[in-house]
Design a binder for this molecule. Structure first.
Ligand SMILES: NC(=O)c1ccc[n+]([C@@H]2O[C@H](COP(=O)([O-])OP(=O)(O)OC[C@H]3O[C@@H](n4cnc5c(N)ncnc54)[C@H](OP(=O)(O)O)[C@@H]3O)[C@@H](O)[C@H]2O)c1
Length: 219
């Protein structure tokens, strides 16, 4: 079984690498600088290195804060460089991963491409406001997943492309926001739960946003 984890050094990505290794299906682990979402040539070269006939690809890359940028609490904080960074890392980068990796999924058996999105990317679920760039970029990612899932069906009826919500997981990305009282999960537990969800996915669920319990989150 050929498995790949992209963003393999991140909090959740590294937990996926450990969990897949413990299952006896150690992944090809891809991260910067070999694969950088802002450099399409590096994505193409990484996909080439992985080859064809892939069973499972997990994209655990993402951006919420860093380099002085924090999620916006008001429209007053909207900033074009911050919005652009959100879209480049959370939507455009994963779209380019799909461009180069989806054609490499196995075609003669069930195969899965799962990208980590977020519940806050659900427009239906947005009752709190704030986090304009992250929310909008994850909503765009969810739309890209849906669109790719329709094209992927033409490649193989057994292939699945989904967006996963991992829950709140204790990583650098969530650290500034994980207040006490919030249900924050260890990355190892989150990765194990999501692998159970991935195991149970059917082609009929391709194109959906699914949480770590296996429940569909409305767009
Ligand atoms: N943690 C949570 O509570 C939570 C909740 C909902 C959704 N999510 C989603 O889950 C995913 C993983 O989050 P995490 O908590 O594991 O965050 P993390 O620890 O900050 O990991 C983020 C990963 O993204 C990679 N990355 C960032 N920019 C990149 C680029 N230009 N090219 C290639 N890789 C890049 C990082 O690579 P480097 O190691 O090279 O920096 C790192 O591996 C994200 O999509 C996030 O939105 C997380």
């Amino acid at each position: 079984m050929k498995t790949i984890v992209i963003g393999a050094r991140g909090g959740i990505g590294s937990a996926f690498v450990s969990a897949l290794t413990a299952r006896g299906t150690p992944p090809i682990a891809l991260s910067r600088p070999e694969l950088d979402l802002i450099d399409e040539a590096s994505i193409a070269a990484s996909a080439e290195r992985c080859g064809d006939d892939i069973d499972l690809i997990i994209d655990a890359t993402g951006f919420l804060h860093g380099d002085g940028m924090m999620p916006e609490r008001s429209w007053k904080q909207l900033d074009s460089a911050h919005l652009a960074r959100n879209f480049v890392i959370n939507a455009i980068g994963p779209a380019l991963l799909m461009k180069h990796f989806l054609p490499r999924l196995a075609r003669d058996r069930r195969a899965v491409f799962a990208t980590l999105s977020a519940r806050v990317g659900s427009i239906t679920d947005n009752n709190l406001g704030g986090w304009y760039g992250y929310r909008a970029a994850k909503a765009a990612l969810n739309q890209i997943v849906r669109t790719a899932s329709i094209e992927l069906r033409r490649q193989s009826k057994q292939s699945i492309c989904v967006a996963l919500h991992p829950g709140t997981v204790s990583t650098d990305l969530s650290a500034p926001f994980s207040k006490s009282g919030l249900d924050v999960r260890d990355p190892a537990i989150a990765a194990e739960r999501m692998l159970v969800v991935i195991d149970a996915l059917t082609p009929a669920q391709s194109g959906l946003l699914i949480d770590h319990h296996g429940l569909v989150i409305p767009f």
